[in-house]
Write a protein that binds this ligand. Structure first.
Ligand code: PEP
Length: 234
């Protein structure tokens, strides 16, 4: 992967994990490792409660890390109790994960809501990563980055733990990525997510039509996350 002729996204989705102290520890350990390479885009998506502190720590350390939210409100700012709107977050984040299967399943998110969230993100210069669960998932207009995340592959455990880990295989993920590019155009970037670890990351990013990985469980441990980044650059 030495010359790197394509973007490689390595995205940490912490889900509902980490105190502020744990988040800052992670940033200090991971931040100083990440190489400054134009096409190598590393993103950390903390909980809302940590975003501001994480952003500050990245700025102070001058680390090449982008900050993302794990969701955004489909609405502008206003009378929407509990919502986090893009217009209020835009000074803190560059990136957002939208339409994650856990949000679709546990919070009733529909394709229509995901499309509204994408609009809010893009209107506020926030990159929108839309999670798609299979070839049938609708991709909102203007969306240029998606994560193929088969539901059965999410959070099955680390693939380097014996007996655990049910990631899709890289060859199948490549077929799905190709399908989406043929349907929506070559400008669409497709990444893979679902039980990625340092043991299998390289297999995904080596596929010609896969532009990176979205990592949940394995992103929580700074050492494992660094190992994933390293394997992507080999
Ligand atoms: C995810 O939730 O987006 C994800 C990929 O999780 P995990 O890596 O734990 O399967």
């Amino acid at each position: 992967m030495g010359g790197m002729d394509k973007n490689i996204w390595v995205i940490a989705n912490w889900k509902s994990n980490k105190t502020i102290a744990e988040a800052l520890d992670w940033v200090s350990k991971v931040g100083s490792y990440i190489p400054k390479k134009e096409n190598f885009k590393v993103v950390v998506c903390p909980t809302y409660s940590c975003i501001s502190e994480v952003k500050k720590a990245i700025k102070v350390g001058n680390f090449p890390l982008l900050v993302g939210a794990q969701d955004l409100s489909p609405f502008k700012a206003g009378a929407y109790t509990g919502e986090e709107s893009a217009v209020l977050l835009k000074d803190l984040i560059e990136f957002s994960i939208l339409g994650h299967s856990e949000r679709r399943k546990n919070f009733g998110e529909t394709d229509e809501m995901v499309a509204q969230k994408v609009q809010q993100a893009l209107a506020n210069n926030i990159i929108a990563l839309v999670c798609v669960q299979g070839e049938e998932t609708l991709i909102p207009e203007q969306c240029s980055l998606i994560a193929y995340e088969p539901i059965w592959a999410i959070s099955t455990g680390l693939t380097n733990t014996p007996g655990a880990g049910k990631a899709d295989n890289p060859e199948n993920a490549e077929i799905v990525a190709k399908f989406f590019k043929q349907k929506y155009g070559n400008n669409l970037e497709v990444i893979y997510g679902g039980s990625v670890s340092s043991a299998n990351a390289k297999g995904f990013v080596s596929q010609p039509n896969i532009n990176g990985i979205l990592i949940g469980n394995a992103s929580l441990d700074p050492g494992e996350f660094i190992a994933i980044c390293k394997s992507c650059l080999e």
